[in-house]
Design a binder for this molecule. Structure first.
Ligand SMILES: NC(=O)c1ccc[n+]([C@@H]2O[C@H](COP(=O)([O-])OP(=O)(O)OC[C@H]3O[C@@H](n4cnc5c(N)ncnc54)[C@H](O)[C@@H]3O)[C@@H](O)[C@H]2O)c1
Length: 392
């Protein structure tokens, strides 16, 4: 076999982009062999754009009728694990869009099933192909930064308008999407955060619901994380700020990394700061510091890179850049962040009680009334001036 006959379930924004990549040869050995969507307008677009490719409206039928080696799942998050499991059950390799699902419970069940199958299971964490993040991971894992002290990621360049949220009914509702910025935009960064710095042990979070949009879920989040060795992490994200920032800073006992605007700045101390702190005879020493910059000329192969890697894993056994079983990690952080916020911003130790999370999410989904309309979330119209008063 030198081609991988591939079907796509869910041919919306990203599924259609993947279909175009496959049909134009940008996805390596993946060959577009079938498409499936339930929305009539999406089905019509598939037929018009890819007249030689069979189009289905029932993915189970597609799995029975189409000659396929692999399937890409690009439907709303809540359906990812159920459909991926059916794909594996049919004997096909599967690539799931991010996030791997909405709950750790479902991701764990899919992982358990996938481990019993001799099939490739990948997840679309396309930002793992970015050379900046790969370099940061390599520097941290190799110990060049020493022991980690702190990471701070401000990632507020996920700006979205009300039009975006209104573009599909499932978006930004507890019943349809199951979350907001944490579940839709930030999974890329949450995944990279744990990929580079490892998993935290405890999460405390503030998730502000509908702060900037008429939605049912959060659009502004602050997470504080504690790691096993005493390191801390702060992760701030929002879809309501413009211009946004995307800046990751990681400090260790031997140096510091700053990633922003396509450049990685790497500071290396000549001596470990912990040694200096306890052996220096000076109070305010200047520690000799080397400085290097890394500015790759591109942001990596992104989606097409993950698609090609998926094909290579199937055809040659190449290691996956984003194994599907790793999708549970960023989901663990985001589920824990919701749990912390819902319980009154309390610290949540990992692994957390996923049944408690599932119950709390289910009750939100059960009382989901769709996206609110009407009043526009704004600031308090000038009352903010009181914040500069001296009141005590
Ligand atoms: N990796 C990335 O950069 C990236 C970018 C965008 C979206 N995504 C992810 O891809 C997924 C889809 O997002 P989108 O923006 O393309 O959404 P979308 O609403 O544009 O597309 C989803 C499509 O799935 C179809 N669908 C729903 N239920 C189905 C079913 N049972 N069978 C077949 N088709 C079904 C819908 O009709 C729709 O066309 C989400 O999980 C999202 O997080 C990832």
């Amino acid at each position: 076999m030198n081609k991988v006959k591939t079907g796509i379930i869910g041919v919306g924004n990203i599924g259609y982009a993947h279909a175009q990549s496959l049909s134009s040869g940008k996805a390596g050995a993946l060959q577009l062999a079938a498409l499936c969507d339930i929305a009539p307008e999406r089905v019509a677009r598939c037929k018009a754009s890819f007249p030689d490719v069979p189009v289905f409206t029932d993915y189970l039928q597609m799995l029975v009728d189409a000659a396929l080696d692999a399937v890409i799942v690009a439907v709303p998050h809540r359906l990812h694990c159920d459909i991926a499991q059916q794909v594996l059950r049919s004997g096909r390799h599967v690539l799931v869009e991010k996030p791997v699902d909405v709950t750790v419970t479902k991701a764990a069940a899919l992982n358990a099933y996938a481990k019993t199958q001799d099939l490739v299971f990948a997840v679309m964490f396309n930002q793992r192909t970015d050379p900046l993040f790969a370099r940061a991971r390599q520097l941290v894992k190799s110990g060049r930064l020493g022991a980690l002290k702190r990471s701070v990621w401000i990632v507020t360049n996920w700006y979205r308008t009300q039009q975006y949220y209104d573009s599909a009914d499932w978006r930004a509702t507890w019943s349809g999407e199951g979350g907001g910025v944490l579940l839709n935009q930030a999974p890329h960064n949450l995944d990279l955060w744990q990929w580079i710095c490892g998993m935290p042990q405890e999460i405390t979070a503030f998730c502000d619901v509908a702060k900037y949009h008429n939605i049912e879920v959060e659009d502004d989040v602050a997470i504080f994380a504690r790691f096993a060795d005493g390191a801390t992490g702060t992760f701030l994200t929002s879809t309501g700020e413009y211009p946004g920032t995307n800046r990751l800073e990681i400090s260790g006992t031997r140096g510091k990394l700053v990633l922003e605007n396509g450049t990685l700045k790497h500071y290396t101390l000549a001596q470990d700061e912990r040694d200096v702190c306890f052996h220096s005879v000076e109070s305010f020493p200047q520690i000799p510091t080397d400085y290097e910059e890394f500015s790759p000329d591109n942001a990596g192969s992104s989606h097409n890179g993950i698609l090609r890697n998926f094909a290579d894993a199937i055809l040659t056994g190449a290691p996956l850049l984003a194994p599907g079983v790793e999708g549970i990690r960023e989901l663990t952080i985001s589920n824990a962040a919701y749990l912390s916020a819902w319980k009154g911003n309390v610290p949540v130790k990992l692994p957390f009680d996923s049944r408690e999370f599932d119950r709390m999410l289910a009750s939100r989904a059960a009382s989901s009334g769709g996206k609110p309309t009407g009043g526009k979330p704004t600031s308090d119209g000038g009352g903010y001036l009181a914040r500069w008063s001296v009141n005590w």
